[in-house]
Design a protein around this ligand. Structure first.
Ligand SMILES: C[S@@+](CC[C@H](N)C(=O)[O-])C[C@H]1O[C@@H](n2cnc3c(N)ncnc32)[C@H](O)[C@@H]1O
Length: 163
C-alpha cells in the first residue's frame, strides 16, 4: 500500500512565513554565514537557479551581488506568488529586512543602514527571474510531484531530464 501524498491544496505560504521567518532562527544564522562565504567564490555575473525557493527570499539576498539573473522555481504557485509579491513590493508581502541586515553584517558591513538594506533588496528584486512550475514540468526538468516522495526512477520515465 502506498503512503498518502498531500496535494498541497491546504498549503499556506503566509502561515509558513509567519511560523518560520518572523525571526532568524539560530541555524539560519549559520546557513546565511555559510552562503555569504560560499557565494564570494562565484564568478561575477553568473546565472543562478534557486530550485525549491518556497515563499522565501533569504537565500537569494546574499546571491544577488554575484548573479546577473537568479531564476527561481518552485512546485507550488502560491510560493512563487509570495516571492512575486515581495519582488513587486505589494502590500502584505513578507518583510525580509532582518535577514537582509544580517547578510550585510556577514559580508562585513557591521552597521548596515536602512539605505544599505534597501539597496540590497532592490538589487535582489532586479535579479530575480521566475520559472513557473508548468514550464519546468513540461520541459521534463522536474517531476510533477514534490521532492521527497519515494518513487522509482526508471529510464524513460516522465520525470527524468531529457538530454
Ligand atoms: C524544504 S522547502 C524549502 C523552502 C525554502 N527554500 C526555505 O528555505 O524555506 C522545499 C521546497 O521545494 C519545493 N519543491 C518540492 N518538489 C519540487 C519540485 N518537484 N519542483 C519544484 N519545487 C519543488 C517545495 O514546494 C518547497 O517549497
Amino acid at each position: 500500500m502506498s503512503a498518502p501524498v498531500s496535494s498541497f491544496a491546504d498549503w499556506s505560504a503566509e502561515a509558513y512565513l509567519t511560523d518560520y521567518y518572523s525571526r532568524i532562527e539560530p541555524e539560519e544564522l549559520c546557513t546565511l554565514r555559510f552562503l555569504v562565504e560560499q557565494f564570494r567564490k562565484l564568478p561575477r555575473n553568473c546565472l543562478a537557479l534557486e530550485f525549491g525557493i518556497g515563499p522565501t527570499l533569504h537565500h537569494v539576498l546574499p546571491l544577488s551581488p554575484y548573479a546577473s539573473e537568479i531564476h527561481v522555481a518552485d512546485l507550488l504557485p502560491s510560493n512563487l506568488e509570495a516571492v512575486r509579491k515581495w519582488q513587486e513590493r505589494e502590500c502584505g508581502a513578507h518583510d525580509w529586512a532582518e535577514f537582509t541586515r544580517r547578510v550585510l553584517i556577514y559580508e562585513g558591513n557591521l552597521l548596515p543602514t536602512e539605505s544599505d538594506v534597501h539597496a540590497r533588496e532592490e538589487l535582489t528584486r532586479s535579479r530575480a527571474v521566475f520559472a513557473r512550475p508548468p514550464f519546468l514540468v513540461m520541459a521534463g526538468l522536474v517531476p510533477a510531484i514534490p521532492i521527497g516522495q519515494a518513487r522509482p526512477i526508471r529510464s524513460g520515465s516522465p520525470g527524468r531530464a531529457r538530454r
